[in-house]
Design a protein around this ligand. Structure first.
Ligand SMILES: Cc1cc2nc3c(=O)[nH]c(=O)nc-3n(C[C@H](O)[C@H](O)[C@H](O)COP(=O)(O)O)c2cc1C
Length: 376
């Protein structure tokens, strides 16, 4: 394959990326302290991956209410901002760029993570998933429906977390709006049974996401604001239904002037579902005309597929998640066509440096520095 298209510069909002390889957001559960402060180990891990055109940091709770996954970091306290500052300084020191991913888990949280309090969501609907607590993966519970005052507070919490991210030295933010978390819980008609302005129609169910986007863009600037949003077919009430695609189209077509949209391609089989048209490259072909910013394509990417998506105009940047876990020097390996190391899955959600900061980079092969061959 010719990897050259991945190695041309590109603008993403306010940022100039030296290449088109993004590190996708990866929760790794290394913020193992009661204050949810990112650690020096996390700084070392991200600095090792600074050759990415841009790093999207792991999902980070915007507020204590939004927190809902054991040993993950937050962005609401001064201590957390100071911890993140050490991370962004390490990444910038290694020549990289990094944005923060803003997270509210809603009903995926658990009373064990909230001093016994019920998690909050659009409606009192059990998402029928697993919560990740100190005791491991446990069944989710039925959450409590948020009041309108709580929704307004949550929107304000996103804006505060975005301001905190910039204060911590991040180069921008990304709103996590897919998977099973709060924005998706509001957007999905199976988990949102509200009859007020935040429910009912697609317009009503999309209101929370669009208000968050507006609040964050006003707080830090639209060119430093991006979003991860794509229709998905997951389990339980998150199986794709007849309004999953129209709801995503409604939101994405209303995002104007933002830095980027990170679209995940299908990660489950869409065959026979209302999302079948989005199979393969269909996800990118479908949404590209609806979005005016930098489009980041993700899920199961290879250097070859990424280069093709850029060449055919279906994407501007390619995000790699799992490949970055075991290949801190992924851009160099893609450039040289070197083999990729495999992930040790037993250490992905574990503690400490093993399987986190100890994956080696391949030795640098700089031909210009190699000794000239001896003539004989
Ligand atoms: C271990 C792990 C942790 C993840 N954590 C997050 C996360 O914090 N936020 C997010 O939006 N996606 C998360 N994802 C999804 C990835 O960002 C990415 O969208 C997905 O893995 C598909 O990309 P890939 O095929 O290159 O791995 C995670 C995926 C994995 C495997």
């Amino acid at each position: 394959m010719n990897p050259a298209p991945l190695f041309t510069p590109v603008r993403m909002g306010d940022l100039e990326l030296p290449n088109r390889i993004a590190m996708a957001p990866l929760t790794r559960m290394r913020a193992d302290n009661p204050s949810h402060v990112p650690t020096d180990l996390q700084a070392a891990y991200y600095a090792q991956r600074a050759a990415a055109g841009v790093i999207v940091g792991e999902a980070t709770a915007v507020s204590p209410d939004g927190f809902g996954w054991h040993d993950t970091p937050g962005l609401w306290s001064a201590e957390q901002v100071a911890g993140w500052r050490r991370v962004t300084e390490a990444v910038h020191g290694a020549g990289g760029r990094m944005i923060a991913q803003l997270w509210h888990t809603g009903s995926i949280s658990h009373p064990d993570l909230r001093a016994g309090a019920l998690p909050v969501s659009a409606s009192a609907v059990d998402p029928v998933q697993r919560s990740v607590t100190a005791a491991g993966r446990v069944p989710t519970v039925t959450p409590r429906a948020m009041s309108v005052a709580e929704i307004r507070q949550t929107v304000a919490d996103y804006a505060t977390a975005a301001r905190n991210a910039i204060a911590a030295g991040f180069d921008g933010v990304q709103i996590l709006a897919n998977f099973l978390y709060l924005p998706a819980q509001f957007l999905n008609k199976a988990t949102n049974q509200r009859t007020d302005a935040y429910g009912g129609s697609i317009e009503g169910r999309a209101r929370l996401t669009l208000e968050i986007v507006d609040a964050v863009a006003s707080a830090v600037g639209p060119q430093r604001t991006g979003i991860k949003l794509s229709p998905m077919h997951e389990s339980g009430p998150f199986q794709a239904n007849d309004e999953t695609l129209p709801a995503a189209e409604y939101v994405i077509s209303r995002l104007t002037g933002l830095s980027h949209l990170l679209l995940m391609g299908a990660q489950t089989d869409f065959t026979g579902t209302p999302l079948e048209v989005l199979s393969g490259d269909g996800m990118f072909a479908h949404f590209r005309p609806l979005f005016d910013g930098t489009l980041i394509a993700n899920t199961g990417m290879t250097g070859e597929r990424g280069a093709r998506l850029i060449e055919t105009g279906l994407a501007d940047v390619i995000a790699f998640g799992r490949p970055f876990i075991a290949n801190p020097d992924l851009p160099a390996r893609l450039a040289a066509g070197d083999p990729l190391a495999d992930v040790d899955w037993s250490t992905v959600y574990a503690a400490g440096p093993a399987g986190y900061t100890d994956y080696p980079a391949l030795p640098t092969r700089d031909l210009a520095l190699a000794p000239a061959p001896v003539q004989s």
